[in-house]
Design a binder for this molecule. Structure first.
Ligand code: HEC
Ligand code: HEC
Length: 428
């Protein structure tokens, strides 16, 4: 049985998402949701329904035990799920019950229409061709190391971008799997359970919002849409992958889910009329990500004259310091600056800066988080004690603020990374 028994619902992806329950209809309204509604006036834990198989939009077969409510009171062993025909009009018809065991996962068996053949678009796992012969696999070493990504229009978004600033580039990040067994050991960034990452660099976005570029295959990547001054207006809150031989084309950042494209595409997007761009790497300390290499040199050159040993009472210490003596093993300057970088974290929920009814904020709202709204970025751009940053120095600080307060790239050999050494990840 997949998942936990409870109430049955229908999700209608054609209904616009209101961030609440608009697309969800409960077809068993007498049943609360087992995890979310335990303390409602109904005050019982639902366990009655499981494993529905729709016959149509109105009729379902499912597993049902009317006595199974009370998630903890009625153990699985004591339940007797019976195969039941259910409809949206409130009827339930028992089809089959076994005297001693539950019957789960009903599935009608019969001839059905052959599903369409979906073209196979990668060089791996190629299916048999028309004469039934399976092509022999391409050796891993011969598979291409990069694939192509196309973006049709970055401005095609569910939540509109808050400013009219043009988007001029995409920043491409790679995520790393965790290799150390314990959570938050070691700490690698501002957020609890922060995922390891590195910035692969940027690619251009054309005037019509399109992009076309090559990216590494087989690693999790995600994107940020950048305005001309390098601040991310929107960050993707998930990741995607390229398979060898694949060309991945995306509609927007993101397009509304309920209708794939609102306007028909009449012209070939500008970026796709040229060869794909290559990702332009960022400054030292972007890949693998390393705060000591990316940010500290800027602070040493432009800030510690006033933020070092002899500093005014309100001027924070911006020296690297000794991470072994510092909280969480971060640099002194990191600890003194990170709270001015507007990173996205659970603590924002506690500050009621996002809707606390969601376990985590449900959407990344464009223009709200990271450098674009960071007090540190605003203070430096407005002018601070005559500090003049070169474009690259500013880029380094923005990249850090847009990294969500990252400190080191991944959790392998964290101490060497803390010392500013380049440590290759063991797993990508
Ligand atoms: C910088 C803007 C942006 C670009 C460009 C972008 N995404 Fe996303 N992506 C997002 C955001 C934001 C989310 C979080 C879901 C949401 O808020 O709609 C997301 C979520 C996802 C998810 C998780 C599923 C979901 O819908 O929540 C997948 C998969 C995904 N994106 C794939 C892609 C692919 C494939 C591309 C193109 C190669 C792409 N994205 C380009 C912003 C972007
Ligand atoms: C010429 C001296 C000088 C330089 C250079 C300087 N600062 Fe400051 N900074 C100060 C002083 C003095 C304060 C104390 C508050 C004030 O007077 O603004 C301060 C305060 C701050 C604060 C705290 C602001 C607050 O509102 O609490 C931050 C953060 C900061 N500086 C960051 C930096 C960074 C980052 C750099 C380098 C890019 C830098 N400063 C360069 C003199 C300087």
């Amino acid at each position: 049985m997949a998942g936990r028994p409870g109430s049955l619902i229908v999700i209608d992806p054609s209904v616009p998402d209101d961030g609440e329950m608009s697309a969800i209809r409960r077809i068993t309204p007498e049943q609360p949701f087992p995890e979310a509604e335990q303390d409602t006036s109904r005050n019982r834990n639902s366990g009655a329904y499981a494993t529905a198989w729709p016959l149509s939009e109105k009729y379902y077969i499912c597993a049902y035990d009317g006595n199974a409510n009370g998630m903890y009171n009625v153990p699985m062993r004591g339940r007797r799920y019976a195969i039941t025909l259910l409809d949206v009009f409130g009827n339930k018809t028992r089809i089959y019950a076994h005297p001693t065991i539950s019957c789960l996962d009903p599935m009608p068996i019969g001839a059905r229409k052959k599903p369409p053949v979906i073209p196979h678009k990668t060089l791996e796992g190629r299916p048999a061709d028309a004469d039934g012969k399976r092509p022999s696999p391409i050796p891993a070493a011969e598979l291409p190391k990069t694939g192509e990504i196309g973006l049709i229009n970055v401005y095609d978004t569910r939540i509109p971008f808050p400013t009219n600033d043009p988007i001029v580039a995409l920043r491409v990040w790679q995520l790393f799997p965790k290799v150390a067994p314990l959570q938050q050991r070691p700490w690698i960034g501002a957020e609890i359970h922060q995922t390891g990452r590195q910035c692969l660099g940027t690619v251009p976005v054309e005037a019509d919002g399109s992009a076309y570029f090559t990216a590494p295959v087989g690693v999790p990547i995600f994107f940020q849409a950048l305005r001309a001054d390098g601040c991310a207006v929107q960050s993707m809150r998930s990741d995607t992958y390229l398979h060898p031989g694949e060309r991945l084309v995306c509609s927007g950042c993101h397009e509304p889910k309920e209708n794939v494209r609102r306007t028909a595409m009449t012209n070939l997007p500008m970026a796709m009329r040229r060869a794909p761009s290559e990702i332009k790497p960022g400054p030292d300390g972007s890949a693998p990500f390393n705060y000591r290499r990316l940010v500290q040199p800027v602070l040493d050159a432009k800030c510690v004259s006033c933020h070092g040993e002899k500093r005014k009472p309100k001027a924070p210490d911006l020296r690297a310091g000794d991470w072994r003596k510092e909280k969480w093993g971060f640099s002194t300057s990191w600890n003194n600056l990170v709270h001015r970088t507007n990173y996205f974290a659970w603590e924002m929920v506690e500050e009621k800066r996002v809707d606390w009814r969601f376990f985590t904020p449900a959407y990344t709202e464009p223009g709200r988080y990271l450098a674009i709204n960071a007090p540190l970025r605003k203070m430096l751009d407005a002018g601070h004690h005559g500090v003049k940053l070169t474009p690259e120095e500013r880029e380094r600080l923005i990249l850090w603020m847009d990294s969500n307060g990252q400190y080191i790239a991944h959790d392998h050999d964290a101490d060497a990374q803390r010392d500013g050494k380049i440590v290759k990840p063991v797993l990508e």
